[in-house]
Design a binder for this molecule. Structure first.
Ligand code: S3P
Length: 181
């Protein structure tokens, strides 16, 4: 358990970044360390829709997915209840969420820190390899690179950037805990 005055003053931490950045893995671990709930925006979307991400994309299209994503994010930003430990909730967003201006505005309005988990294109590609079935936007290498390049500037608008390349999820969590908020 982390006993840290700084962290107990914030009610949420948002993790953003590209597919394969480790938002879910690192987020879950961080929440464990803080003994606070972990929330994955993609899980919220799937619960609400009663189907998985690939099915939503296939059956209803990306535009529909983005609409539901924004609605679920809005609902999430209204939930202010802190974890029982008094430590911040950890919330991971899907790779496309933060780069949409309306979503970034919603997060900004909460005043909670938004942390960009960064990695090189090579590393992201390696981590995502073989996961195409669950990631409808991981189609081929060229498309992956184009999306990465188009989005990188958007992620840089986060409050903090943490490099994850060559680090274990545990090491990334240590860095997150060492940030000053
Ligand atoms: C997406 C990333 C996915 C998921 C959806 C769209 C994206 O989440 O939200 O497939 O646009 O990059 P992860 O970043 O957790 O893979």
């Amino acid at each position: 358990m982390v006993n840290d005055q700084r962290l107990s003053t914030i009610d949420r931490i948002f993790l953003v970044g590209f597919m394969g950045a480790g938002k879910t893995t690192v987020g879950r671990l961080l929440a464990q360390r803080l003994q606070s709930p972990f929330i994955d925006l993609d899980d919220r979307i799937c619960e609400r829709e009663g189907r998985n991400i690939a099915e939503i994309f296939r059956q209803s299209g990306e535009e529909y997915f983005r609409r539901v994503e924004s609605e679920c994010l809005r609902d999430l930003t209204m939930e202010t209840e802190a974890g029982a430990s008094g430590m911040p909730l950890v919330i991971a967003l899907g790779g496309g969420a933060f780069v949409r201006a309306e979503n970034a505005d919603m997060l900004r309005a909460t005043g909670a820190p938004v942390i960009f988990l960064d990695a090189s294109l090579e590393e992201l590609r390696r981590r995502c390899a073989g996961a195409g079935a669950e990631r409808p936007l991981y189609r081929d290498e060229n498309q992956f690179r184009q999306l990465y390049e188009a989005r990188r500037g958007g992620y840089m608008a986060a409050d903090r950037r943490v490099e994850t390349g060559g680090k274990t999820p545990e090491q990334v969590v240590e860095e997150l805990l060492a940030l000053s908020f």
